[in-house]
Design a protein around this ligand. Sequence first.
Ligand code: 9MR
Length: 484
Amino acid sequence: MRDVSAVPKRRRTKLLLGGVCAVAIAVSSVALTTFAHADLTGPTGTTLKAAAERSGRYFGAAMGADRLSDSGFLTIANREFDMMTAVNEMKPDATEPQRGQFNFTNGDRIYNWAVQHGMRVRGHTLAWHAQQPWFWGSLSGSALRQAMIDHINGVMGHYKGKLAYWDVVNEAFAEDGSRRNSNLQQTGNDWIEVAFRTARNADPSVKLCYNDYNIENWSYGKTQGVYRMIQDFKSRGVPIDCVGLQTHFTGGSSLPSNFQTTLSSFAALGVDVALTEVDVTNSSTTQYAGLTQACMNVPRCVGITTWGIRDSDSWRGSENPLLFDRNSNPKPAYTSVLNALNAATTTVPGTSTSPSAPVSTSPSAPVSTSPSAPVSTSPSTPSGTGCTATYSTVNSWGGGYQGEVTVTNNGSSALGGWTVSLTLAGGQTLANIWNGINTGTSGRINVRNATYNGTVGANASTSFGFLVNGSTNTAPGTLSCTGS
Ligand code: 9MR
């Protein structure tokens, strides 16, 4: 066995990948793990994940497959985190080393370890200018476009129904807010929406994210460029569920005072937001506290992921930017994050059993070109057996809207499944649905639970979402919910 310890980390990953056989190990049958629902009145958490889960959020980390034999890393990961991202192992070069020949060996090892330890998994990433399969380098135009589509279908097919989020497209913008020039961009400006439409069809159960760095400062050109794209996608019904803000803070780009404005402004477009790759030079306690507080103040900020666990895991190791030191001890920034998580006063919509939890915050500086994005709720409609269905409009535009239905189990025992019926207004058609399966026809929709969200504990709730096209934005009529 060749000693790879002296090889740079990135190259070492490639050597390890090259050394494994192409037969993918089975993905564990453990699907999307469901979590305790938000309860701000409960005891404060003594771990990052417990503190985050109080408000319906997660606290995640990133790991490489090399950490699977690092007991120090695994001990902290298991104790503190409930979401995992693969650092390199689910990227295009790792998962499709030869055209049409996929290799999920290391991605599956990380996935299996994570779900077997009660975590969910963020997929990272499907289409990116970097870490591409080598054969993409000799393709262009429609051939490269097709290779991207095939890649998304191949990888998402393998992980179908297993992941909580996918970073469908990564880092596609330049600093000035224009599109980054890349071989993918040269296939046509619509490559990003094609990627998202392909992704939705490949796995309707997973939330689809756009992920980027330097989009934390609301007044920065790149932030505005990404915002306009999300706004455009929402207005045209291009499927997108979330924006990942990488949140790599360095000396030159530290926590901006308007970070919460950025988060709430994106959220007001009808997407979840998340901090996906957090690290801060020398682990500034004020910056770590501030970025956590900003997320906690925005209901649709669903979670925080640090890019590694200990400083020795970091791609910026010399800057000591993570929450644990090289001896696995929590640093002062750990305490500031833990305290900020426990101090959360907003909960993620759909996760709370508490009637007092606020549903949304308004952005403090929305851009004036925003389409109307009303957030309205209709009262719960109890009927059927054992559950109630509550509808809310997440976003609407001329020609359609995005709705969300929260299914709540009012009974004293768990439901094993549920079905919600609702009727669309005349002339409206269902364009898309996620976290549920439609078995109805045309305007009459019967949604039964997906494979992973049928079990709903007593007094707990879950939700599904959908997109409607139509000449009016009239909300659906009477809803009914039947539990089983
Ligand atoms: O941490 C990753 C490192 O091991 C790789 O060498 C590098 C190669 O591009 O990618 C790093 O992860 C990046 C992530 O995928 C996207 N955002 C920036 C991250 C840090 O570079």
